[in-house]
Every structure is written in structure tokens, then in C-alpha cells.
Design a protein around this ligand. Structure first.
Ligand SMILES: Cc1cc2nc3c(=O)[nH]c(=O)nc-3n(C[C@H](O)[C@H](O)[C@H](O)COP(=O)(O)OP(=O)(O)OC[C@H]3O[C@@H](n4cnc5c(N)ncnc54)[C@H](O)[C@@H]3O)c2cc1C
Length: 351
């Protein structure tokens, strides 16, 4: 096994012990059926791992983002896909930072106990046109969202909607608000969910929102500041997904290193050839570049499995598809580079 970063051994061992009960064949079967890893997510929830970031006063374990990242890294390193449930870990952060005391007391303990799932956040849409109009003690929302994940496996969803028309809002990023939507009441009535068949076994959907009534008490924070609240929460999401990519990178490296030692062609292990060794070593050095590294590791892992890289029973093709997602979502690599160019290097904005 490629050695992991030092530290947090207790957490790593705890997660590994749980994951050991779910071998690769389990996830392979789920991928074939395009099913949701319900038993695995349930076990993670019951063991308290997904409540890592919820403060102890609300029933969580009150750990920090580093510990949360270690948990997700280990899940992916074991061959599972934390992407199926990572929303449960970080979506509640929006509520924690910007919600009222009453909202936190009402929802956070139930989320920590695993009785409520807050796995979905609805931001993306073809053009931000979803509008929530205030009518007395409620808002009425209409619009459309796309690529909204885990809606079918969530009780609650954070919805971003415009509450002030762009023309009156000043900036495009102002006049947007966020709401906690109870999916149990809305799905099939005021929210129509159309699943999107996709490359990864990722439960993601188009949402058609028609006269969705949201009690005013479910507005999170101040009206009009929702976009800033969403940006706040995205930092945790980015860090956690980076950790998942590191976990994937380790998984690919472990897998390809073992195979390159074992596979003998023309009388020698393929791993004895520099043409095989160098890309693997490069992927190892680069692993902290998270998504990019996991993709490079995946590329090397698939390439050096030869034909077997395409065979479902080796799990490589599945992990390859799963980790490819992180080049595009939750933010595309181009936009990360554009951000670094502008805000770190001080270059002119490119778009
Ligand atoms: C499986 C999956 C799950 C998702 N889950 C969720 C979810 O739960 N909730 C949610 O709100 N969203 C979700 N998304 C949406 C995801 O966040 C977006 O797909 C992602 O941010 C990319 O945005 P886009 O699809 O609108 O691409 P676009 O913005 O249309 O961009 C298309 C391409 O053009 C490039 N591009 C665009 N603008 C620029 C520029 N200025 N400079 C250089 N290149 C540029 C991008 O790199 C990208 O490759 C999910 C997406 C997927 C695929």
C-alpha cells in the first residue's frame, strides 16, 4: 500500500473498519444496477461519520474540516464513493453559519442522528431565473434547476432563488436568497423530479418547480444575501472533494502498483519497465493536486491494466468514471484556473 499522510490514524482506522464490510463487489453490484448505496450510507450515518462537522451541542462530533476531509479521503481510498453522501456532511454548514437559533435547534440534532437527510443543494440552472415571491407569511417559488444531486435520497434541500429582480438588485449576485425546502412535502406536488441518466452512477436530477410554497421561517439568513452564503459553504465542499480525490489517487496507485508487480509479459513484470514506472511515480508525486492527480492516477491505472482496465470486475473503469467528474463538478478546472490567475497571480479577469 502506498503510505498515507501521517496523522488522524484513529479516524482512518475507524473508517477503514467500516468500509471493510463493503467490498469492491458490493459497489460493483450497485453500479451495475445504477442503485444508491443505501446500506453503506446508512452505516456511515449510524457510526456518526457524516455528522463530523456538526457541533457537539447539536449532537454531532464537533470535528474540523481536516478531520472531515480525512474521513472522506479514507472512504474513497477504500474503493467506495463518498460522492454519494458528501452533501450530508457539508450542506448543513450553511444552516450552521447563517441559520437562526430556532432553525438550528429544529434541524441540526435530527441531521446528526441521521433522522433527516440534508443532502441536496439546488444552485445550478440553465440561467438563474428561479424566483421566490414573498406572499404574506410564505414565499412562492417557480423555476427550473438542473443537475441537482441526491434529491431522491434527501428529506431537505437548500434552494437558491432570486427574490429581487436583477434589474432592481444592483449586482447580479445580489437579490438572491436561500431557503430550506422540505422535499417530503414538495416532491411529486410542487417539485417534479426528472432523473438525469449520466456517466457516473450519481443520483442527479432536473427539477421543475411550480408554485412551491416555502414558509417564510425557512428563509436562511437575510433575504438577498443568499449567493454569498452559498459561496461560504462551497469552501467546505471544495476541501472535502479534494480529499476524496486524494483518496481516489491512493486507490488507483495501490491498485496499479500491485498489478504492475504481478503482471508478467515477455518474462518480466510490466512494473520493471520505466515507461510504466514513470507515469505511476508522477501520479504519486502529484497526488496533492487532488482532482488532477486522481485523474492522472486513474489514467495510469486504467492504461496499465490493459484490457482488464475495461472489465467491470476489476473496478478500475468504475472508479475512473467516478473520479473524472471532479474535473467538471462542482466547479470546472478552467474556472479554478481562471480564479487563480485573477486572484492569486493578479492577472486581468479573463471572462
Ligand atoms: C454529476 C453532477 C452532479 C452535480 N450536482 C449538482 C448539485 O447537486 N447542485 C448544483 O447546484 N449543481 C450540481 N452540478 C452542476 C455543476 O456544479 C456544474 O455542472 C458545473 O459547475 C459546471 O457548470 P455548467 O455545467 O453550467 O458548465 P458551463 O458553465 O456551461 O461550462 C461549460 C464548459 O465551459 C467552460 N467554461 C465556462 N465558462 C468559462 C470561462 N469563463 N472560461 C473558461 N472556460 C469556461 C467550463 O470549463 C466547462 O467545461 C452537478 C453536475 C454534475 C455533472
Amino acid at each position: 500500500m502506498v503510505p498515507s499522510d501521517h496523522g488522524y490514524e484513529e479516524i482512518r482506522e475507524g473508517v477503514r473498519d467500516l468500509c471493510a464490510q463493503y467490498p469492491a463487489s458490493h459497489f460493483r453490484g450497485i453500479d451495475e444496477r445504477r442503485a444508491y448505496p443505501e446500506a453503506f450510507v446508512d452505516a456511515l450515518t449510524k457510526a456518526g461519520w457524516l455528522a463530523a462537522l456538526i457541533p457537539q451541542e447539536y449532537g454531532g462530533s464537533g470535528l474540523g474540516l481536516t478531520e472531515a476531509s480525512v474521513i472522506m479521503e479514507e472512504i474513497n481510498r477504500c474503493g467506495a464513493n463518498a460522492g454519494a453522501c458528501h452533501g450530508q456532511m457539508y450542506n448543513m454548514g450553511t444552516l450552521l453559519r447563517h441559520g437562526s437559533k430556532a432553525q438550528k435547534e429544529k434541524y441540526l440534532p435530527a441531521i446528526a442522528r441521521g433522522e433527516l437527510r440534508l443532502q441536496s443543494m439546488a444552485v445550478t440552472e440553465p440561467a438563474i431565473t428561479t424566483f421566490a415571491e414573498k406572499r404574506g407569511d410564505r414565499y412562492v417559488a417557480n423555476g427550473q434547476k438542473v443537475w441537482i444531486s441526491r434529491v431522491q435520497h434527501s428529506d431537505l434541500m437548500i434552494l437558491l432563488a432570486r427574490t429581487t429582480p436583477v434589474a432592481k438588485a444592483g449586482k447580479k449576485s445580489e437579490g438572491l436568497s436561500i431557503f430550506l425546502v422540505d422535499l417530503r412535502d414538495a416532491v411529486g406536488r410542487t417539485i417534479t423530479v426528472r432523473p438525469i441518466a449520466n456517466m457516473v452512477n450519481h443520483e442527479t436530477n432536473e427539477l421543475f418547480i411550480e408554485n412551491l410554497e416555502i414558509p417564510a421561517e425557512n428563509l436562511i439568513g437575510e433575504e438577498g444575501r443568499g449567493f454569498l452564503y452559498i459561496l461560504d459553504g462551497l469552501n467546505a465542499e471544495r476541501a472535502i472533494i479534494a480529499a476524496e480525490c486524494i483518496g481516489d489517487g491512493y486507490w488507483f496507485l495501490d491498485k496499479v502498483t500491485a498489478y504492475a508487480k504481478e503482471r508478467v509479459v515477455f518474462g518480466r513484470a510490466i512494473g520493471a519497465n520505466q515507461g510504466v514506472q514513470f507515469p505511476i511515480a508522477e501520479a504519486n508525486m502529484a497526488k496533492h493536486l487532488a482532482a488532477k492527480a486522481s485523474w492522472q492516477a486513474g489514467e495510469a491505472c486504467l492504461q496499465f491494466h490493459g484490457g482488464y482496465g475495461f472489465a467491470a470486475e476489476y473496478d478500475v473503469e468504475r472508479k475512473f468514471r467516478e473520479t473524472r467528474l471532479y474535473q467538471v463538478a462542482p466547479i470546472s478546472t478552467n474556472l479554478i484556473l481562471a480564479y487563480v490567475a485573477e486572484h492569486v497571480l493578479g492577472l486581468p479577469r479573463s471572462f
